[in-house]
Design a protein. Structure first.
Ligand code: F1P
Length: 358
């Protein structure tokens, strides 16, 4: 039997990626009508500072939510991987008053995350809000109150729609006024724009990965896009076993750009705020021989000219919701690169859906 027939074909990951616009729209209805969301907004609003916690993709989700939260609420936020709270509690500065912990875990079962939630409650006397896709999970039992978004969960090992949907839910809680919030209207904008484009984008990513392969993937992003950039790099690694790194876009000139060659793929998550300065770096890296994947809401002429693969969302929405749709193309590139390499993105090598420690 030829090897290709032995290979287990991915069945979950691509449909889950492609389902994101529909899930975001369902989320909009849920967020407007769910009493648990209204209760969370009220309980959280009184805090002066927020400590976001998670592991792996959920750590990057927590960090992405914290960045957006800072912009939307004007309050201080910090993010830590759960392991830092457990191993270096003194360094984590857990004693400050008025702190609300927000603990994130898709499965609600990750040992480090559950233990960190218990530690924060017991030793830090910090109120904990658990955010998960798994109602009734250990995390919901370890936290003072919690919210579960089961509709966004995946069958696949890799987080895709759960990441973007929970991120958008955090935006809703942060912007929460009564009735149609800024996020609620923007959700409809990104969902309809992405719905129109996502299948063609997936087809374009499939043909791009079939005709290109690279030694290195570099993700470049600034501000509220940086932590989503960390997740983009992790998706490339998890789904295609490719070596990928993330840098602040303008930081890339200060040394790491020495890596650029015609075997390097550079993914730019272009903000609207920093488009001018970020696209200068994009043009420089194109001149150094790199292959440029540009992800933006609307491209400037020089971005259009210098890009080998350009995605424009073209949605009339505020910048703070853009990190979610900007993650879709990196998810698709990770998936199609993995398939092109004969891998199964549903079950990445060496990885389990949940890291359970003894
Ligand atoms: C956290 C996590 C995932 C990663 C892998 C292992 O899971 O690190 O981010 O992709 O599945 O577990 P969770 O705490 O969000 O369930």
């Amino acid at each position: 039997m030829p090897d290709s027939d032995l290979r287990v074909h991915s069945v979950h990951t691509l449909p889950e990626i492609l389902s994101q616009p529909a899930i975001w729209l369902r989320l909009r209805q849920l967020l407007l009508n769910d009493p648990a969301i209204a209760a969370a907004k009220t309980r959280i609003a009184a805090a002066q500072e927020y400590l976001f916690v998670g592991c792996g993709s959920s750590y990057y989700l927590a960090e992405s939510a914290a960045a957006a939260w800072t912009l939307l609420t004007g309050k201080r936020t910090r993010t830590l991987p759960a392991s830092e709270i457990l191993l270096f509690p003194e360094l984590s500065r857990l004693e400050s008053d008025g702190v609300q912990a927000i603990v994130v875990s898709r499965s609600g079962r990750t040992s480090e995350t559950v233990r960190a939630a218990e530690f924060l409650s017991r030793h830090g006397r910090i109120p904990t809000f658990g955010v998960t896709c798994a109602a009734g999970s250990e995390l919901t039992k370890a936290c003072d109150f919690s919210f579960a978004l089961a509709a966004a969960d995946e069958r696949s090992m890799v987080m895709t729609r759960s990441f973007t949907s929970l991120f958008l839910m955090f935006l809703e809680i942060a912007t929460g006024q009564n009735g149609e919030t800024k996020t609620g209207a923007a959700l409809a904008g990104i969902a309809s724009a992405m719905e129109r484009k996502i299948q063609a984008l997936s087809d374009q990513a499939a043909s791009f990965t079939a005709t290109h392969n690279f030694d290195d993937y570099i993700v470049l992003a600034q501000g509220p896009f940086f932590s989503v950039g960390r997740e983009a790099a992790l998706k490339m690694t998890e789904m295609s076993r490719s070596y990928s790194q993330i840098y602040h876009t303008l930081e890339f000139r200060h040394g790491p750009k020495t890596m650029v060659s015609n075997r390097t793929c550079l993914l730019f998550l272009l903000s609207e705020t920093g488009m001018e300065e970020e696209s200068e770096v994009l043009v420089e890296m194109k001149d150094l021989g790199g292959t440029i994947v540009a992800i933006c809401n609307r491209a400037s002429e020089r971005v259009r000219r210098a890009s080998d693969f350009l995605f424009e969302l073209e949605a009339d929405v505020p910048e703070f919701v853009l990190p979610a749709p900007f993650l879709v193309l990196p998810q698709l590139l990770g998936y199609h690169t993995g398939i092109a390499k004969g891998l199964n993105p549903d079950e990445p090598t060496h990885l389990n859906r949940v890291v359970i420690l003894d």
